[in-house]
Design a binder for this molecule. Sequence first.
Ligand SMILES: [Zn+2]
Length: 303
Amino acid sequence: MGQFLPWLLDAARETGYPVAELANWRNHHHGPMANHVHGVICHHTAGPDPYPGAKNDFPSISVIRNGRAGLAGPLAQYGLGWNGTVYIVSAGLSYHAGSGSWKGVSGNQYFIGIEAEDKGDGDWTDEQLDCYPRLVASICQHLKAGPEWVCGHKEYAPRRKIDPAGINMDQMRRTIGYYLSEPNKLRRSGVIGIKPPPVIGEDVAVQSIPISGQGLLPVICPVGGGAITAAAWISATIAEGTGHLRCFAQSDEGGVHDWEWHLESKNGHCPRRWGPLRDGVTQVIIHYNLTGRGVIGIETKPR
Ligand SMILES: [Zn+2]
């Protein structure tokens, strides 16, 4: 008995924030959830790097996905990055709660866990503070749970835990209650996105997108070995300094592949890094952090 939660993806998308599915999230778990999942526990990661000096949006990603010494991952169903990206980690049981209880209910099988990236000092970004209650409200809609079924880890286990630091959970529950009563307000307004790459009449078409500093680039791509293109690649290079990129290739069904690139420019030259966009990839979400300027390339070979 029990259940898995494939709708976690829909719940994340309903926030209007970028969603990155980690590869194999549907089958990465410690077993099923309970037949009746009661609510949500909100956490912070106590991650290693303080914003904005970190290399990427969600430096705790491998800990939350794979676990740590003495505790196997996944350690939450969701991650929430600094720029508001929602990471889908697991569709099933995840170890995040530990001993404790909320409204008389105890155990990971009854609660969905969200690990939001924060050092533990409560220094949240505007995107996180905006996205967090929207995500939880969206989950509550799917669970048919009221805001009273949302708690902080610091409320579930008050003697052991302080997370999520700096967030007033009563206020959070009021915000969630507002979104549940006004569901058309739940999705944030405004859309991030760029147009698909043009396919021009050359052997390989290249669309170059200049980037610098730190940011997020969701690339919508009707590519892969589909009807439009014979093959497609995504690439990156930098003009100076160093760069760190994390790419999440997504299909309509889920996360296909994710990878990291470390780039270093020596004497004004940096080798171009590239990866193939496999069949079915419809979007690549790229988090970048550069000391100088760089370029993302979308390279397509027409049929
Ligand atoms: Zn926690």
